[in-house]
Design a protein around this ligand. Structure first.
Ligand code: GAR
Length: 211
């Protein structure tokens, strides 16, 4: 399975993807950033993966940037395109071009807290569980079929940063897991995962139950 990763910054999710084990069935073709100073570019290069920069600021509008981006991506003939902290809203044309092969990680339990500043908003809402979601991308932002989610407790003394760090650790677990499932052909277009045992009574309770 040929994979192109898009990033905008730090690239810790990209790093988790590059360092995971896939039994030899995943090939990372290129990491593309829309920002030249994205720290993740160095990390990708250190892992021996080709990198490219396509700065959105060089384009007159969203459509022309997305068209150029798709051209760069398609040169690698990827089976899957991964948004790993790629902080741009994509045009419907771009998204449709990659239907069922474009995935994103979002730092909240969608459909709650789509958009930005998810951790501060979760704290403000007083939720006791927060988390992350890996989903297929569709034209409506953060609304595509959900493939996997991980939940973490929200602690009484959490700040947006402490909560973000707890969520990020789970992003780094479920994102490679989903890529592995895609490579194995276990995920259908609605996000349903076959061949994985379900645990109907598994629950993360927060605050925890006391016996
Ligand atoms: C991650 O927390 C990711 O979920 C989030 O940006 C961060 C990127 O970190 N993505 C979004 O908010 C997308 N709307 P990283 O560059 O270290 O992977």
């Amino acid at each position: 399975m040929r994979v192109v990763i898009l990033i905008s910054g730090r690239g810790s999710n990209m790093q988790a993807l590059l360092e995971a084990e896939y039994g030899g069935v995943v090939e990372f073709c290129c990491v593309i950033s829309n920002k030249a100073d994205a720290a993740g570019l160095q990390v990708a290069a250190a892992h021996g993966v080709a990198t490219e920069v396509l700065e959105h600021r060089a384009f007159a509008d969203r459509a022309s940037f997305d068209a150029a981006l798709a051209q760069r991506i398609d040169a690698y003939q990827p089976d899957v395109v991964v948004l790993a902290g790629f902080m741009r809203v994509l045009t419907a044309d771009f998204v449709r071009h990659y239907a069922h092969r474009l995935i994103n990680v979002h730092p909240a339990l969608l459909p709650a807290f789509s958009g930005l500043d998810t951790h501060a908003r979760a704290l403000a809402a007083g939720v006791k569980l927060h988390g992350c979601t890996v989903h297929f991308v569709t034209p409506e932002v953060d609304a595509g079929p959900i493939i996997a989610q991980a939940a973490v407790p929200v602690l009484a003394d959490d700040t947006p940063d402490s909560l973000a760090a707890r969520v990020l650790r789970q992003e780094h677990r479920i994102f490679p897991m989903v890529l592995r499932w895609l490579a194995q052909g276990w995920v259908n277009g609605n996000g349903r995962v076959n061949s994985v045992p379900m645990m109907p009574d598994a629950a993360l309770v927060s605050p925890p139950l006391m016996d």
